[in-house]
Write a protein that binds this ligand. Structure first.
Ligand code: BYC
Length: 320
């Protein structure tokens, strides 16, 4: 039967059957409008997170202790820019123009990961972002690599390869500090203490407070709930923290023999709501920096959009 001759109900039933069989949905395929909208929302927020996520660590590039630390940090921050590009591209395949996404980010309308609105006062923060935040990101993104939307799932695969390197980079910094002087060890512990709850919040609110999870799980945009992802992260990271001789900031975080998982204290969900709605410690600073970078990159975008002598015009517009 031709696609046009089918009723909306038939198209939806076929779509859900395909997704249920684990098939990928591709850009030209029929999809429910709510599926398209949910994906655009999530992928564009993810792209913004990669772009804004360059700033807290990027600030430390001039002060990295030594040439090798600087090289790996530069490479990491550049990777994040590349991830942003991949994700904007994936969102564009759903019909969302890149300029609109940029406008939403720069105007403060769009959300991006909560963690990037916290300060990075010491070098240990660079290590802890790479180790804790990137581990939480990889647990989530490994799940998203199974997403029903083909371009998003494929972007996640590539991104996870690079994030695995970022985790090692961060872990290596923390190991050096944890095994260094007492002052360095204190600095590492202090950073773990400050990043613990924001990192737990990164996996999203509890399932009872999540607005999009039910639909996202039904259509396999996500394949695990926010709480499943958070639990997976905690079970992975807690033994690593203890193996380094460091304290888990939550005194009630203990392994529960009956469930086979760690119990933990819930983060302050009101803090998450505030931070993602613009009222975190560094929201204004991050957006100001992004706006400045966007303005400074204007000449590049304009130069690339100008036809060359042979009449060719560069089609894709760089982000910054
Ligand atoms: N931060 O219904 P819910 C990186 C929002 S970058 C901000 O559960 P969903 C890195 C949520 O968007 C990778 N917002 O939503 C880069 C929704 O708001 P709206 C970062 C959050 O989508 C540089 C509302 O709260 N990873 O690793 O089903 C250097 C209700 O939530 C957050 C991603 O972006 C949050 N933590 O689930 C280093 C992953 N939590 O749209 C590292 C992609 C919730 O209704 N995103 N919100 O206004 C996801 O996996 C999902 O969107 C979430 C939330 C799990 C975050």
């Amino acid at each position: 039967m031709l696609q046009e001759a089918k009723t909306e109900e038939q198209k939806l039933a076929e779509f859900e059957a395909r997704v249920g069989r684990g098939e990928k949905v591709e850009p030209g395929d029929w999809m429910p409008e709510a599926y398209r909208k949910n994906l655009i929302r999530m992928i564009s927020q993810h792209a913004h997170s990669e772009i804004v996520g360059q700033l807290p660590e990027g600030k430390w590039i001039p002060f990295a202790p030594g040439f090798r630390r600087k090289l790996t940090l530069v490479a990491k921050v550049q990777d994040e820019a590349g991830h942003g590009q991949l994700l904007y591209r994936a969102a564009e395949t759903l019909g969302k123009p890149r300029e609109e996404m940029m406008e939403e980010l720069l105007s403060g309308k769009a959300k991006y990961a909560n963690v990037f609105n916290y300060p990075t006062p010491t070098w240990a923060d660079v290590g802890v972002i790479g180790w804790l935040v990137d581990t939480a990101a990889v647990v989530n993104q490994t799940m998203l690599a199974q997403s029903s939307y083909g371009p998003y799932a494929r972007a996640m695969k590539r991104i996870c390869y690079e994030e695995a390197f970022h985790i090692k980079q961060g872990y290596d910094i923390v190991v050096a500090l944890a095994k260094g002087t007492p002052e360095q060890a204190r600095m590492a512990q202090d950073a773990v203490n400050r990043w613990w709850y924001p990192t737990l919040m990164m996996s999203g609110p509890p399932d009872t407070m999540s607005t999009h999870s039910e639909q996202a799980l039904k259509w396999r945009i996500k394949t695990k709930s926010n709480e499943q992802v958070r639990q997976e992260f905690i079970d992975l990271i807690v033994p690593q923290i203890r193996a380094l001789g460091m304290d888990v900031p939550d005194k009630d975080c203990v392994f529960d023999e009956t469930t086979g998982h760690h119990r933990y204290t819930q983060p302050d969900w009101e803090e998450l709501r505030r931070v993602i709605n613009g009222d975190g410690p560094c929201n204004a600073e991050r957006l100001e920096q992004r706006r400045k970078a966007h303005e400074e990159g204007r000449w590049v975008r304009e130069a690339m959009a100008t036809p060359s002598r042979n009449g060719n015009r560069q089609k894709s517009i760089p982000v910054s």
